[in-house]
Structure formats: C-alpha cells, structure tokens
Design a protein around this ligand. Sequence first.
Ligand SMILES: [Zn+2]
Length: 450
Amino acid sequence: MELPNAGYRQQVIDVLRDLVRIDTTNPPGNEVEAARYLAALLSPAGIETCVLESAPGRGNLLARLRGSGEGKPLMLMGHLDVVPANPSEWRYPPFAAEIHEGFLWGRGSTDTKNLIAVWAVAMLALAHLKPPLKRDIILAATADEERGGTLGIAWLIQQRPELLGVACALNEGGGGAIKVGERLFYTCQSAEKGLCRTVWTARAKGGHASHPRQDLSTFKLARALSRLGDGYVAGRAIGTMRRALNLIASSQSGQTAEQVERLLDQGHIEEALRVAGFDEKGIENSRPLFYDTASPTGLRAGDPASINVIPVTATAYVDGRILPGQTREGFVQLLRDLAEEEVEIEVYQGQYAPGLESSVDTPIFRTISQVIAERCGGVIVVPWTCAGATDARHLIPLGVPVYGFVPEKPLPEGLEEAGAHADNERLWLDNLIFCLEVLYDVIYRFCTQA
Ligand SMILES: [Zn+2]
C-alpha cells in the first residue's frame, strides 16, 4: 500500500529534524520534552496519547490508534534518548539537524529518532486515511534505552502490563542490506546475543622477582587467557542463522542449501558461510553471530613501582557474548574447561543476560518479506542476529516477539553514512523516505489483514 499523500515524505523529515533538535542526551535524558512533542503532534489526529514520567524529566510516550480489536495490537517501539555527542568532533553541530548533501546530520538521526519519526508519520497517515484496522497500533517511544531501559520500556511494561498482550513489536536494529556474492538481501533482526562477563583470578605465593617459577600468578593467567585463542570459543548455528543461511543458499540452488545444512550440522561454520557465498570479509563480519565469544578487556597484577616483587594475584576481566540458548553456568564451565590452569572464573558483578530469539514463522515476518519482495524486485528478507542488545531484551522473555527492521538501501558509490553512536552521525534522507514507505506498507497490511 502506497502512502496516501506525498506530503508525508516531507513531514517525516520535518519531524525527525524537530526530534534531533530536542537534546535528549542520556544522561540526564530529559526525554519528556520529546514525548510531549510527539503527543502534541499525534493527538489532533485522533490518536490517543499519554506521556508517562518514570522519574523527573524521563518521559515515555504511549500512543494508540484504535482498530476493531479482531487481532492483537501491533507495537511500534523506539527510544527517545541518545548517547552524548562532543561538538568538537562534529562537522556540523550535533543537535542542529542540518541537511547537507542529502544527509540529515545529528545525534539520534539513525538511533532511533529516525524510526520514531517514521512511526509517528505512518500513524498520522493511517489516522487520516482511516482504513479498516483489525488491530490497534501502539507506539511506545521510550526513555533510557542507552543505559539499559530501566526508566524506559522496563518501567513502562510494569506500569502498563497490558502492553504484553500485543501480537508482536517492531523495533530498531536490522533492515540493513547485505550483499552475498552478487545478490542483495535485507536482514530482519529476530535474535540478540546475550552477555556473560567474567573475572579471572590466578593466585600464587609471592616472592622475589630474581627467582621466577612456572606457577607465578601472572604466568598462570597469561597461559589461561592464551587458551581463548582468537576469542571465538564455541560455535553453533542458532535457528535464526540456520534459517538465514538456508534462504541465502537456496537462492542459488537446492544443492547449495543442502551442502550448507550439512556443514552446519558438522560444525564447519566458516566453510558453510563460504559455500553460501560469503566472501572473507563477510565471513569475518558474521562470525560473532555464530559463536559464544570472550574478549579479555582488562588486566590487573602487580605495580610498576614494585617491579621486583612477584604479585600474589593476577586478574583478568573478560567480556563474554553468548548465543541464545547458552546459559550462565554453561558458559562459565566452558571457560573453566578451556582455561585448564588454576584460575578462578566467576561472573563479574552479576553481569549476565541471556541471548534471545523470536520465531520468524509469524505473520509479521511474512508481511515484511512480502513487502520487500514486491517493492525491491524479489529481494529476500533473512532473519538475523544482533551481536549487541536492544530494548527487545525486556519484551522477548515476557513472550512478546520483537523484530528489528529499519530498512536501508545500500548507499550509492561515494556516499558515506555514520551510524549509531558515531561522531558525525547522519542519515541519508532517501533512506528515511524508503523506510517510511516500506514500514507504512508493512503496518497497513499487517493491521488490515488480521
Ligand atoms: Zn544507541
């Protein structure tokens, strides 16, 4: 379904510029101003809105466009807060929303004020057109995602537990185009890795540095860490990535798909990617999506002022990222088995969160796939995994499937974007329009065909 009026293309740019100009740097956040802006934009069109403050200044917007209620609601989500920006590192001021060479420059222009502008304008278009909606459309534009979502989506679903009754939620992440061989695919984020951070401690008798020994705490720790190899500690294809590779390989031939399947069964991940058509760079980029990983990011032992003293303890801090299905106990045991040495390995300050996966055998995933196939000459949408985390982590464990899909065409040769958290963050405006057109179509179809 096409947008009912070309004016919405201009409006989505205007709304995004307005949102970027409201400084919602977290901390402190001050998202309430952006939430109130959206409420004022949406309520005159007959959309029910409510601004809820989780703490002073920490505003969350809930907006609802009513349907007949035949189907469960669709939730559209995004976060209003942004990470800090240091103006001295920027070519144009980070909160001015200037447009240069077809790009909108500003903090939040890709993460996720663009998505919120798209949701708001799509809802306005539907409110004016009044198609027979079979389900409600709920917008949750929340605070605090960049610092864990405690004052945002996590708080909101405690206040409004009925939000958990939605059919599914559309979110940030995903939607990027990947090229495999000569073919283009769009990714839809349906899984996220979890994390399990650990602290490793090696102990030994102290002593004088003139008499080294095999069992120095520093040697023990170094030997243990070296057994992590390149940090890719356990590989496996979760359902999401197995499906993705199957779709990619099947687009070449049934035989290729079978071969890829076999290689995955045997645990030959890199070879499976190669046969599916990924080049070396593509394989490197995708590897974290197939492995539990462990990166030693901090080391502590001794003191340069006491260079002649053997330290009693040596400690390493290891950031672990785990696939859906891996557990805290399973991952720690895996590290202990790998380390072999006498090092104690414990979870660091309780920093554990499981990886999460949503099924893609769902009407919304099929709708997204149909819309892209029709609009982009048969391009296939593949489910994908995020190596980091989004607010989806607060919803998936409570039974709400979440899909990250912010469709983005590949940039023409010579143009350069800067994405989430980067200095000079900027969005190619053609992609903002593309995103609006695609997501409007997705929402329209999903909500009129319940
Ligand atoms: Zn972010």
